[in-house]
Design a protein around this ligand. Structure first.
Ligand code: NG6
Ligand code: CA
Length: 501
């Protein structure tokens, strides 16, 4: 059965377009842990982001765009599958030795783009698991990115703070010497290798919480690993390496329509920017990582210009979850934060049920088609799937991308209307509809002292009128029980299965 969306029923969907216009190149620059207030174009003044600000000035800037979740793995899962991650067990933040959580049998966003004739590539952070369990890092690694719709991949398996600290190209670890095999263990130290816990004297940056296991490049990580010495990454070179690999993909793909999912490590911990950026902002390592991220964006935009591809390439920028200042290393981000507000006017940040958890920057530029502007439309990253399916004339089956809404007219700035409602996912689920947001009753804490995050936990449902109270200061649940019940009923329905809009 074909699906009809709310917008189609309303006669508002954009028609399928002919010629090159229907298959523009697509580059998604997906940053890590960048908050709603972290970029100049979203009000930051303490750190400069000229390239991102230029991107914003040349395209659409969204004020109510959301990652599906307040952490990385579930956001990426939802974006690539078009299905809310909280529907599926095992989609929380993954260890570096987790098995692949995407189902190769199901159509993914890149798989759909491929079907539409695109060359697809991923560069950067993966964090969606690899293999089927008990992975041997020294052999062919699959299933992985290539099995779920990417034609090429240059990725780090999980995160910068999780072992193994190596890059993978397609199905192999890059630069591995077979005589020095990699072993990974997330349960116990391997042999008597030094660890952050035992050997703090070997570290160039101390952990503040967690992150006291294997030491790689003077930084202790989550998980234990040995071997693979010739393959270990150098954190200071990571952004440059991704830019180089992203550029290579663009160069190799310039004749096809292409889709590049460019997932930066910046500005996640450990924040170890290149010496060109280290110490160059007033905000410590976190500010320096923002500057490095902005540089990466500039490099990719420059590359598109050089290849003559700018006009018919959609470049999007967004983040996988809200901001966090201390995420486990003593990198002076807290001390040097000054008056900078990573989540802008929002409450909470990464991990939080409040808007700071999932409301993130979203920029979209397409010089050949989209007029610059600012949009308040409610959109989610899980909507890219259905929206780009529409743009490239792909018809999705009822069960494909079940939680993805075609918001193409909003993304292209042709309609002010995006979704009607959205579910936000952190420790608890919240639902936003119209002017209100309801956070369901949950067993979570009100604040997390290690990351200093307002989590929004609590045993009773909370209700905020976000249209007026963006900072979610005034809980109206007691005053408006009927609104709580109405939103609770909708959330209940969505929990029991996808609800079209
Ligand atoms: C947490 C880590 C944090 C970060 C996060 C995942 C500790 C104490 N904290 O468990 O540092 O890695 O997981 O971040 O280990 S994410 O952006 O990939 O979701
Ligand atoms: Ca993240």
């Amino acid at each position: 059965m074909e699906r009809r969306t709310f917008l189609q029923t309303m006669g508002m969907a954009t028609g399928v377009m002919a010629g090159a216009e229907s298959r523009p190149n697509v580059v998604l620059i997906y940053a890590d842990d960048v908050g709603y207030g972290d970029l100049g174009c979203y009000g930051a003044t303490a750190v400069k982001t000229p390239h991102l600000d230029r991107l914003a000035g040349q395209g659409m800037r969204f004020t109510d765009a959301h990652s599906s979740s307040a952490t990385c793995t579930p956001s990426r899962y939802s974006m690539l599958t078009g299905e809310y991650a909280w529907r599926k067990k095992g989609t929380g933040v993954l260890p570096g030795d987790a098995r692949l959580i995407l189902d190769p049998e199901r159509l993914s966003w890149p798989g759909m783009m491929k079907r539409a004739g695109y060359r697809t590539g991923v560069v950067g952070k993966w964090h969606l698991g690899l293999g089927t369990g008990n992975l041997d890092w020294n052999g062919e690694i699959k299933p992985g990115p290539l099995e779920v719709g990417f034609d090429s991949a240059f990725v780090m398996p999980a995160t910068g703070d999780r072992v193994p600290c190596v890059y993978m190209k397609d199905r192999r670890v890059v630069g591995l010497d077979p005589k020095d095999p990699i072993r990974v263990d997330y349960t116990k130290p391997i042999g008597d290798e030094p660890t952050g816990k035992k050997n703090p004297e070997l570290l160039k940056m101390q952990p503040s919480h967690g992150h006291d296991m294997a030491i790689v490049n003077g930084v202790s990580r989550i998980g234990y690993m040995t071997g693979g010495k010739s393959a270990l990454w150098v954190d200071e070179d990571m952004a440059g390496r991704y830019v180089e690999e992203g550029g290579r993909f663009l160069e190799e793909s310039k004749k096809d329509p292409f889709f590049l999912y460019f997932a930066t490590h910046d500005i996640h911990v450990p924040r170890v920017p290149n010496k060109r950026f280290a110490g160059k902002t007033t905000m410590g390592a976190r500010g320096d990582a923002i500057a490095e991220l902005d540089w990466s964006v500039g490099q990719l935009l420059g590359r598109l210009d050089k290849l003559g591809l700018t006009k018919n390439t959609i470049v999007m920028f967004s983040s996988d979850n809200g901001p966090v200042v201390d995420d486990g290393y003593k990198d002076a981000a807290v001390e040097k934060l000054g008056s900078h507000r990573p989540a802008g006017a929002l409450r909470g940040g990464k991990y939080s049920n409040f808007e700071g958890g999932t409301r993130v920057p979203l920029l979209l530029k397409w010089p050949g088609r989209v007029k610059p502007g600012v949009s308040d439309a409610l959109v989610g990253q899980q909507d890219f799937f259905a929206s780009f399916a529409k743009l490239s004339g792909q018809v999705l089956k009822e069960w494909e991308a079940p939680d993805s809404v075609d918001v193409l007219p909003a993304l292209l700035g042709e309609s002010k209307r995006g979704r009607e409602w959205i579910v936000e996912h952190a420790r608890a689920l919240s639902i936003r509809k119209g002017e209100y947001k309801m956070i369901e009753a949950n067993a979570g804490v009100m604040s997390n002292p290690s990351t200093n995050t307002e989590m929004g936990g609590g045993g009773k449902a909370q209700l905020y009128k976000v249209s007026e109270d963006l900072g979610e200061k005034k809980d109206l649940a007691g005053l408006m029980p009927e609104k709580v019940a109405e939103l609770g009923a909708l959330l209940g329905k969505v929990k029991s299965g996808p609800v079209r809009q």
